[in-house]
Design a protein around this ligand. Sequence first.
Ligand code: COA
Length: 329
Amino acid sequence: MKRPYAMIAGTGHAVPKRVFMNSDFASIGIDTTDEWIFDRTGIRQRYIAGAGETLTSISVEAAHQAMEAAGVTAAELDAIVLGTASPDRLLPATAVEVQAALGATRAVAFDVDAACSGWLFGTQVAEGLMATGNYETILVIGAELLSRIINWKDRNTCVLFGDGAGATVMRKSTRQRGILSAYMRSDGTLADLLQREKGGSREPITAEIIEEGGHYLSMAGREVFKNAVRSMADAADRALDGAKLSASDVDLLIPHQANIRIIEATAKHANIPMEKVFVNVGTYGNTSAASIPIALNEAVRSGRIKDGSIVMFVAFGAGFTWGSMVVRF
Ligand code: COA
């Protein structure tokens, strides 16, 4: 069966106002240095939400940009799919709050929980919705306020993450523009390596859990690193195979921005030179589900993606979840 062309028609992104530099960790009592963080991750700074900034507010800001770029009004949206691991409320989904704020009254709205792969999985869900024939215009958002779920006393994790939102408007294309191949995988046997263990329905929040910090994100950094490199390499191969393309056909690789060393290893495995890899982890840190759509928006607006460009996305996150996609713009 011929693949319907689900194209990315508009992009946008938003971040909170406050910039938090590596050197700012000293002021909150974290024993670290700019050199340690930068050498191991490539991160120099990240954006951190302040009072009044919510996942919904930054998502809506990103969505408005993407809708304007696509020439789409809220009334035209058939669906809103929001990838996040840090929703505004545990119930209901943040996507419905975005729907209400946009006034997208016709749109069905729901969240996708795939951690850092959230936008990539959400985009593939959107493509599937379009294939039913009932959905033409879909807003896909990847957004996180990780600053609200990390333990600011744990230097192993708090230096790595940042807040932000990226949005894309997907439309059915009449031209040969859109998703050429897509791949998604999960391995729940490794769930413990990157998690928020407590505070869910298995172990509801208690004063003791709060005291020990069991409701915060925790991570086995080295194990996550090894798996990320392996999985993203696999995903890059699958994306190219699926699209029947070779590495030299790719104009731009946009990998999940977790760590410059993981990005470089992925590019090397895929045989794509670093000049063709989009990197902004230094500015935003790891923004999880938001990282790829933020990078995509910067790549589009800076002219690195043009009409006809072949772009490959590769994601990896808690679960573990990973996947890839090749898109012709
Ligand atoms: N500043 C200074 N020292 C720190 C530190 C910090 N912010 N965080 C950890 N350390 C210390 C640790 O306590 C440890 O000390 P010890 O050996 O005395 O116990 C040591 O540094 C670990 O150093 P190293 O082994 O060189 O770290 P690393 O090269 O494994 O790098 C990470 C650590 C977290 C940067 C790396 O494992 C990583 O990037 N993992 C993947 C994380 C990720 O991307 N997660 C999200 C995936 S979507």
